[in-house]
Design a protein around this ligand. Structure first.
Ligand SMILES: [Zn+2]
Length: 301
């Protein structure tokens, strides 16, 4: 399935911004990205016999706009820390030892992850009450940081920092990808009609791709808006200030320690130095991460 192709693995939290990054990676030249569902069914191996998905299922799991899976040189998978066919530990071992893999750990201000999950439960899926549990979120962050510590070569990225530089530095300089020919859908994949742009609701000022024949909006995975622009940072920062929660901060401090928690409180996730500062913090507290089994959080439902 993977053959000898280069693998780019994105690790991150649900509501942590990974679908946005996955779409940006998928849009690059010579990359084919898999949806989260297909990614989580991939086995951490280059041996085809151990894969569960058929080639047809993998092709069906390619992000939109689709590309021929077998003909592209780089494969990207998303959120394999929530793997369904192996323990996350197995992925960590595979990524640490596979010379043709690049790993990106995507982090986001935990307050914003919690805010986004809470909103999702309140507006879309009331049965997903696990997403309201701050202790569970802290446990997920603990495991993700432990996995990061085990992968010294992983590239650390912050969702918020990506909002300001549109991931250009990450894609070009850290991953060696070519985003210049990035494509977005221009025709409906169902009926072939040229797509329009229109607003989706009164509350949302952004334009979305729309098929006038099928009368439906065209979106990427995780409600990704192909026309998304990162020009409203003031609104994001206002939400961030609003999302600050002393209860969550205490729970985080207990779970992952003071230094990683303070990085977010001090705004390092917006800065160029954030990734290095986090790596230094992880290396400075090795005993904590070494003792974390990566098996308690599988998929957070
Ligand atoms: Zn259509």
């Amino acid at each position: 399935m993977l053959g000898n192709r280069r693998l780019i693995s994105i690790l991150g939290l649900s509501k942590g911004g990974t679908n946005h990054l996955a779409q940006c990676v998928h849009a690059c030249q010579d990359v084919v990205g898999l949806t989260e569902s297909a990614s989580r069914l991939m086995h951490p191996t280059r041996d085809d016999h151990r894969q569960i998905l058929t080639p047809e299922a993998v092709q069906a799991g390619v992000l939109k706009p689709t590309k021929p899976f077998g003909q592209v040189g780089i494969v990207s998978v998303n959120k394999i820390n929530y793997t369904l066919v192996a323990y996350p530990e197995a992925w960590a071992q595979f990524l640490a030892n596979d010379d043709n893999s690049s790993t990106v750990v995507l982090l986001r201000n935990p307050m914003m992850v919690h805010r986004s999950r809470t909103r999702y439960v309140n507006t879309t899926k009331p049965q997903r009450t696990a997403w309201l549990n701050a202790h569970k979120l802290a446990r997920e962050i603990l495991e993700l940081l432990a996995m990061t510590w085990r992968l010294p070569n992983a590239v650390i990225a912050f969702h918020e920092h990506g909002l300001t530089d549109h991931y250009r530095d990450l894609l070009v300089n850290r991953l060696g990808l070519d985003p210049s020919a990035a494509v977005q859908p221009d025709r409906c994949q169902t009926c072939g009609t040229a797509l329009d742009q229109r607003r989706r609701s009164r509350d949302d000022p952004s334009a979305w791709l729309f098929c006038p024949t099928c009368e439906r909006f065209i979106e990427g995975e995780g409600s990704y808006n192909y026309l998304r622009k990162e020009d409203d940072l003031n609104a994001y920062r206002a939400q961030e200030a609003d999302a600050r929660s002393d209860d969550l901060i205490k729970i985080l401090r207990d779970a992952v320690g003071d230094t990683p928690t303070d990085l977010f409180l001090d705004g390092a996730h917006w800065s160029n130095d954030g990734p290095d500062a986090l790596r230094t913090a992880l290396d400075g507290d090795a005993d904590r991460w070494r003792s974390v089994p990566l098996n308690e959080i599988l998929y957070p439902y």
